[in-house]
Design a protein around this ligand. Structure first.
Ligand code: HEM
Length: 168
């Protein structure tokens, strides 16, 4: 009986799996034949029939940097005015707040600070939750709680800034 010619490469031999010759007459399994097949990243499946590559995370990443830069000015300015300028923290009271919110400039400043800090903090915590909560349901509920708290705080803060009545 004749044995089929060994057409395998030395690398194939190193793999070491000898088996009956297949159609190509090679008694060695080639690495390609042995390797487990792994789906390509982002292969379409029934759960992801369409492209999952949106730009949302890119814009989120950019937003964290840009809002951070603006927040430095808004927050440090805010702290300086509240705590240092004009006699420091002791001057803060109803009249002080009423005086500042009589000006559209300070209303806009506080509104911008509120919205940017809340959206920045919300997006930052969303990242933390996505990184650390392992179960799908835990992630879902933590994020629902986060979004609800964010919407509520932004809504309430905005309402107060625009409906504040100094003659209360
Ligand atoms: C005052 C100026 C601020 C600057 C310059 C700033 C800057 C940044 C930057 C660049 C990141 C992204 C870090 C990363 O992706 O690795 C970040 C993340 C974050 N920021 Fe801010 N931020 C500021 C204020 C705030 C405020 C006021 C809050 C809360 C309301 C906040 C909460 C967060 C959170 C929760 C994260 C996510 C942390 C993480 O990914 O580990 N930041 N901040």
């Amino acid at each position: 009986m004749t044995t089929p010619a060994n057409t395998g490469t030395p690398a194939d031999a190193a793999v070491g799996t000898v088996r009956p010759a297949d159609a190509d007459g090679n008694p060695f399994a080639t690495p390609a034949e042995l390797a487990p097949s792994i789906a390509m990243p982002r292969t379409r499946t029934r759960r992801t029939p369409r492209s999952t590559r949106g730009n949302f995370e890119l814009y989120g990443w950019l937003f964290m940097r840009l809002s951070g830069i603006v927040l430095v000015v808004l927050v440090l300015g805010h702290l300086f005015i509240q705590m240092v300028a004009d006699g420091g923290v002791s001057k803060i009271g109803f009249a002080f707040v009423a005086g500042r919110w009589a000006s559209p400039f300070w209303q806009t400043w506080d509104l911008l600070m509120l919205w940017l800090a809340m959206l920045h903090g919300c997006n930052g915590l969303r990242t933390v939750i996505n990184d650390y909560a392992e179960k799908d349901t835990t992630r879902l509920w933590l994020k629902m709680l986060l979004y609800a708290a964010t919407v509520f705080s932004i809504f309430l803060g905005t309402l107060v800034i625009f409906t504040f009545d100094p003659n209360i």
